[in-house]
Unconditional design. Structure first.
Length: 403
C-alpha cells in the first residue's frame, strides 16, 4: 500500500455494504472492521481520508414516486459507528463527488475522515462513467482501492477513477493486498496435497473453477446440488434432485479430464434425501445413484462425509467455496457443518486454508471455528472470478503501479 503520504488526501474505495435492521442499526460490522487496517494506517501516516462505498442497491429499490430512497440507503447510518471504530472525527458529505463533497474535501485535515454519500445513488457509478469518476478523482491526491468485494465490477469508484492517478499515486489497500496474496497462495504453487471443495446449487456457476483446479489440485470434492448433474451423467438415478440436463456432457468431460490429470474427483456416494424441499420433509439416507422418484438429494450422506474428511485432513492446502447441502435448513446442514469443522481441523494441523463465498463463510462463522482457518475472503463473486483466472477490473486498474 502507498506510504509517505503525510499531508496528502487519500480517496479510498471501501466496501461498507453492511446489513442494517429496520431502525437502520448495523447488525454485522464485519465489512467495516475489515477496512480498518487501511484506514488506521492512513491516519497514522498523517493523511486526510475520504471514504466512498456503496450500500445496497438503491437504484433497484426506488420509492413509488421514482426517487432514490435516501432514508434507507444513506451512508449517514454508518457515521457514528465509523467514528467509534476509528477514534476519529467523521464528517459526512451529502453527495458523492458533488458540491458538498468538494467543499468538505477542501477543508479536510490530516487524520480526519470524510465519508461520501452512497456511490450507487447515481447510475453513473455502475456505468463506470468517466466524468463522474473524474469528479471523484479531483477530491484527492491519491487513490486506494480496498473494496475486494466489488473488484469484479467495472464501476466508476472501483475502476474508472484509477485512470486519473499516476501509478505512483494509486494502490491497493491492505485488505485487497491480503485477498490477492492469499488467493495466489492457492493458485500459484499450492502446498501439496491440495484439496478443493466446491458446493452450491449449479454446475454452470462453477465450471470454470472446476476446470481450472483440475490442472493442479490433488482432490476435488463436488457437493451440493451440482453433484447430482455429475451423478446423472454417470447413469445414476437421482429422482427429483436438482439437475442441469444441458450440462451432462460437460460433467462427463470434467470426470474424464480429472481422470487424465490424476485428480481424485470425489462425488458424494450417499445422500440425505427428502420427499419435499422443506425443513420438515420425510428424510432417509440412500446411495446417491439410487434416489427414488419423488425424492431429492439435499445433503451429503455419512459415507460421503467420511471420504471428504479424509481428503481434507490429508491436505496441506484447502480451498472451499459453496455449501455441501441445503444448509439453511437444519435437517440438511450436517454435510456443510462437518466440512467447516474439518477445514478448521486441517488448518490447526498446519494446512493453509482459504474460504470464499457467502454461504461457506456463514457456515464457518456458525461453526465457531472462523479464527482457525488461514483466510476468509470478503469477496463472494469477486473471489470466485479471481480463482477462475479472470482479470478483475478493480485489480487491473491498479496493477502495474507502485504498491
Ligand atoms: P450457490 O449460490 O451456487 O453457491 O448455491 C448456494 C445454494 O445452494 C444454497 O442456498 C443451498 O441451499 C443450495 N443447495 C446446496 N445443496 C443443494 C441441493 N442438494 N439441492 C438444492 N439446493 C442446494
Amino acid at each position: 500500500m502507498l506510504s509517505g503520504i503525510q499531508g496528502k488526501t487519500a480517496l479510498v474505495r471501501v466496501d461498507f455494504n453492511v446489513p442494517l435492521n429496520s431502525e437502520f442499526q448495523i447488525t454485522d460490522d464485519t465489512r467495516m472492521l475489515k477496512a480498518l487496517p487501511t484506514i488506521l494506517n492512513l491516519k497514522a501516516q498523517g493523511a486526510a481520508i475520504i471514504l466512498m462505498s456503496h450500500l445496497g442497491r438503491p437504484l433497484k429499490k426506488k420509492l413509488d414516486n421514482g426517487k432514490v430512497n435516501v432514508e434507507t440507503f444513506t451512508l449517514r447510518h454508518l457515521v457514528d459507528h465509523l467514528a467509534k471504530l476509528t477514534d476519529s472525527e467523521v464528517i459526512f458529505a451529502t453527495d458523492c463527488g458533488g458540491e458538498d463533497s468538494i467543499l468538505k474535501a477542501r477543508d479536510l485535515k490530516p487524520g480526519q475522515i470524510l465519508l461520501l454519500e452512497n456511490t450507487r445513488f447515481t447510475e453513473e457509478e455502475s456505468k463506470g462513467d468517466v466524468d463522474f469518476a473524474g469528479r471523484l478523482a479531483n477530491l484527492a491526491d491519491v487513490y486506494i482501492n480496498d473494496a475486494f468485494g466489488t473488484a469484479h465490477r467495472a464501476h466508476a469508484s472501483t475502476t474508472t477513477v484509477a485512470q486519473f492517478f499516476e501509478p505512483s499515486h494509486k494502490s491497493f489497500g491492505l485488505l485487497m493486498e491480503a485477498e490477492i496474496a492469499n488467493a495466489q497462495k492457492i493458485l500459484n504453487s499450492p502446498k501439496r496435497p491440495c484439496t478443493a471443495i466446491f458446493g452450491g446449487a449449479k454446475v454452470s456457476d462453477k465450471i470454470k473453477l472446476i476446470e481450472r483446479f483440475i490442472n493442479f489440485a490433488d482432490n476435488i470434492i463436488i457437493g451440493g446440488g451440482m453433484a447430482y448433474t455429475f451423478i446423472k451423467a454417470q447413469e445414476g438415478s437421482i429422482g427429483n434432485s436438482l439437475v442441469e440436463d444441458s450440462h451432462l456432457d460437460l460433467a462427463r468431460d470434467l470426470i474424464k479430464k480429472a481422470a487424465e490429470y490424476d485428480v481424485n474427483l470425489l462425488i458424494p456416494e450417499d445422500s440425505v434425501i427428502a420427499d419435499a424441499f422443506s425443513a420438515d420433509a420425510n428424510t432417509q439416507i440412500v446411495d446417491s445413484n439410487n434416489i427414488p422418484d419423488g425424492w431429492m438429494g439435499l445433503d451429503a450422506g455419512p459415507k460421503a462425509i467420511e471420504k471428504f474428511k479424509v481428503a481434507i485432513l490429508s491436505a496441506q492446502s484447502v480451498i472451499w467455496n459453496g455449501p455441501l447441502g441445503v444448509f439453511e435448513m437444519e435437517a440438511f446442514a450436517k454435510g456443510t457443518m462437518e466440512i467447516a469443522n474439518t477445514v478448521a481441523e486441517a488448518s490447526e494441523k498446519g494446512a493453509f486454508s482459504l474460504i470464499g463465498g457467502g454461504d461457506s463463510v456463514s457456515a464457518i462463522n456458525k461453526s465457531g471455528h472462523a479464527d482457525k482457518v488461514s483466510f476468509i475472503s470478503t469477496g463472494g463473486g469477486a473471489m470466485l472470478e479471481f480463482l477462475e483466472g479472470k482479470k478483475l477490473p478493480g485489480i487491473a486498474a491498479i496493477e502495474g503501479s507502485a504498491k
